[in-house]
Design a protein around this ligand. Structure first.
Ligand SMILES: C[S@@+](CC[C@H](N)C(=O)[O-])C[C@H]1O[C@@H](n2cnc3c(N)ncnc32)[C@H](O)[C@@H]1O
Length: 294
């Protein structure tokens, strides 16, 4: 089959299977599998595609038609201009999360703090931790993640991006985890850090029943945030306050309807200067606060 016929066939297959962005997904599959971009299609559309390549493309298209996310088929996705490997068991980095990263970078740049110590809780692919380390090269960054399925991706993405990020495997809601920050020079005291950053699971029980077939393929542990979706915000803002400096930053990604509820949680936990930032669609997406001790 020639290139342009294969393109048409693929796009039609995806459209018929209800893939929303069928043209975009077809473009991505062609670029990734056949190394054929729009210009190649235009200039060499009549080129014969070798059978093994056409088979490979068709097999990927069939996976996409069955609801497997495009990013899992490609095995990688871009976040903040860098490549992150993804697949079964790890959440796909979302563009909205770049807003959280931007706020944190801006906070430390404006404050003139060039070597902050930062904890990224619920790290998943490591897109937040790795990006912060690359953009704030003198920062000490820790990535905390519980899932054994996500862990290989976290390790691979840290290595691939040559980011010196320290991994802590554990449950961010378990108080024992902050013992990692006990001060070796001051018995019983914690070494205080500059920022706690997190994009935790935040979907409500109701939202978990309404997922698209693509999101359903992503790990439940990365999505489910308790009955009202706010469990992680409550626990993290109380528990991790213990190791946050007075004046340290807490920064959360939130669901689009959770901004005010998370503001309330931060206020009750003793944070000040709480701010809500919107995503490109104009929805609440990031909530930040400053730790205030006493
Ligand atoms: C919404 S995803 C965010 C992943 C990544 N930070 C990102 O922004 O793409 C939440 C992550 O939290 C992890 N997780 C869920 N419960 C956890 C817990 N109790 N302790 C640590 N990590 C947890 C999940 O495995 C998942 O990787």
């Amino acid at each position: 089959m020639i290139l342009k016929e294969l393109y048409e066939l693929t796009e039609n297959m995806l459209a018929a299977a209800g893939v929303e962005d069928h043209r975009f997904d077809t473009d991505c599959l062609f670029e990734d599998i056949l190394d054929a971009d729009k210009v190649t299609l235009l200039l060499h559309g009549d080129r014969e595609v070798p059978e093994p390549d056409a088979d490979k493309l068709m097999s990927a298209a069939e996976k996409r038609c069955s609801g497997i996310p495009l990013q899992y088929i490609l095995g990688k996705w871009e976040f903040y201009g860098r490549t992150f490997f993804v697949g079964d068991g790890v959440l796909i980095p979302r563009p909205d999360t770049e807003i959280l990263v931007e706020r944190v970078i801006e906070h430390f740049t404006n404050a003139g703090i060039y070597s902050p110590e930062i904890c990224d809780l619920c790290s998943g692919s490591g897109c937040i931790a790795v990006t912060l380390k690359k953009e704030l090269p003198k920062a000490a960054v820790h990535a905390v993640e519980l899932s054994s399925d996500a862990m290989p991706y976290l390790i691979k993405n840290i290595r691939h991006n040559e980011a010196d990020v320290k991994i802590i495997k554990g449950d961010v809601t378990d108080g024992r985890l902050i013992e990692n920050f006990l001060d070796p020079d001051d018995v019983g005291e914690y070494r205080k850090i500059d920022a706690v950053v997190s994009n935790p699971p935040y979907l409500t029980d109701k939202e978990m029943t309404e997922l698209s077939r693509e999101v359903k393929r992503e790990p439940e542990i990365a999505l489910r945030g308790g009955a009202d979706g706010l469990r992680f915000y409550r626990v993290i803002s109380a528990l991790w306050k213990e190791i946050l400096k007075d004046g340290g930053l807490i920064a959360f990604e939130t669901g689009y309807e959770q901004g005010e509820a998370v503001r309330d949680i931060l206020q009750k936990s003793g944070y000040r200067h709480i701010a809500i930032f919107k995503d490109h669609a104009g929805n609440d997406r990031v909530v930040t606060g400053i730790n205030s001790v006493g």
